[in-house]
Design a protein around this ligand. Structure first.
Ligand code: ATP
Length: 330
């Protein structure tokens, strides 16, 4: 009978545990042996693994983080690293490796496939949603929720003092999290890498909107959601420039790693459970080097390469909603 292995790699995301749980149960159901490698690709190289059975799944679906731990692994990028991993997989007689992670982790999986002939399946797990070929990645919905509840709190204090706040939201080099958190928290403005043109253009536009608001209502609060890595020099640079332009205090808030934690929301649990189950259902097929994802609520299998070679654009509906509800300049 088949021997399956699973690991979580790259940035951790809420719902990774729900995905592991589904894989354990599906493997049990089909009579496959399952092992979990720890610390991402490090576990493959260093032979750190545990056998996973139904005892591991109790109370797991609601837990944030990942029981297998996640990590980045420089050594794995080398030929020797991948060869070591391949040898270890062969020693354990693994037929199928399931990698839960982001596009970097899928590049790693593709790299491994050059040295290991077994089946490799990917499941998209990252709060950034920057994996092409699927509508949403596991962890993304929870991260939106976390950012939204933080921005709601910032708004309370912003309103009380009629202050301008900048809130930095994660997303690596993609604006999915920032845009959708901004929409759902009714922020006043959002800056995302996909639409960013220049510092001056953004500043001009923010200033114009605050001015217009002040003319109408006097002192106002104003919340700008800023995707990480988009503003040259970072959030404090933007705060200083906006502050001198508006002649008022501007408070920067970086939400940071809280966005990676927490119990997964139901959408992430469902997605993780469906994708984990679907991946295990492919074990005895000839599907290889594919990511399983969902598009329009249907399962899809996407070649790993397509997950990073194709650009994943922000969805048109969120963008048109932004143009109407956030008075943006775009
Ligand atoms: P997230 O975007 O949420 O951080 P990710 O999966 O994109 O997740 P990365 O840090 O980019 O995270 O990649 C995770 C690991 O995958 C790396 O530490 C490395 O071990 C492996 N990896 C990434 N890119 C490559 C590559 N080009 N070749 C071989 N291995 C790679």
């Amino acid at each position: 009978s088949k021997r399956v292995a699973v690991l979580t790699s790259g940035g951790d995301a809420p719902g990774m545990n729900a995905c592991i749980r589904a894989i354990v149960i599906a493997c049990e159901h089909l009579g496959y042996a399952l092992i979990g490698y720890q610390h991402g690709y490090n576990g493959l190289i260093n032979q750190e693994y545990e056998s996973l059975s139904l005892n591991a799944t109790h109370n797991l679906i609601q837990q944030g983080g990942t029981i297998l731990h996640s990590a980045r692994c420089e050594a794995f990028k080398s030929v020797q690293g991948a060869k070591d991993a391949a040898r270890n997989l062969n020693t354990l007689g693994i037929d199928t490796l399931i990698v839960i992670g982001g596009d970097g982790s899928f590049r790693g999986a593709e790299h491994l496939s050059q040295y290991w002939p077994g089946q490799i399946l990917g499941i998209p797990g990252t709060i950034d949603n920057d994996v092409a070929g699927c509508d949403a990645t596991v962890g993304y919905y929870t991260a939106i929720d976390t950012a939204v509840s933080s921005i709601d709190k910032v708004r309370d204090t912003a309103d009380a003092f009629e202050r301008i706040f900048l809130v930095e939201v994660m997303g690596r080099h993609a604006g999915f999290l920032a845009l959708n958190a901004a929409l759902a928290s009714a922020a006043d403005y959002v800056i995302v890498p996909e639409l960013f043109e220049s510092e001056d253009a953004e500043l001009k536009s923010i200033a114009a909107q605050i001015e217009a608001r002040r003319q109408l209502k006097g002192p106002v609060s104003f919340i700008v959601v800023v995707a990480e890595n988009v503003w040259p020099g970072g959030l404090s640079t933007l705060a200083e420039r906006l502050s001198s332009q508006m002649q008022s205090e501007v408070r920067p808030v970086t939400l940071g790693h809280v966005q990676r934690g927490g119990s997964p929301v139901s959408q992430d649990r469902l997605l993780a459970t469906k994708l984990g189950t679907h991946a295990v259902a492919l074990v005895e097929t000839d599907k290889n080097k594919v990511m399983v994802g969902e598009v329009n609520h249907k399962p899809v299998e996407v070649p790993l390469k397509a997950t990073w070679e194709n650009n994943k654009p922000l969805d048109d509906c969120s963008l048109s909603t932004m143009r109407i509800t956030m008075n943006n300049r775009y």
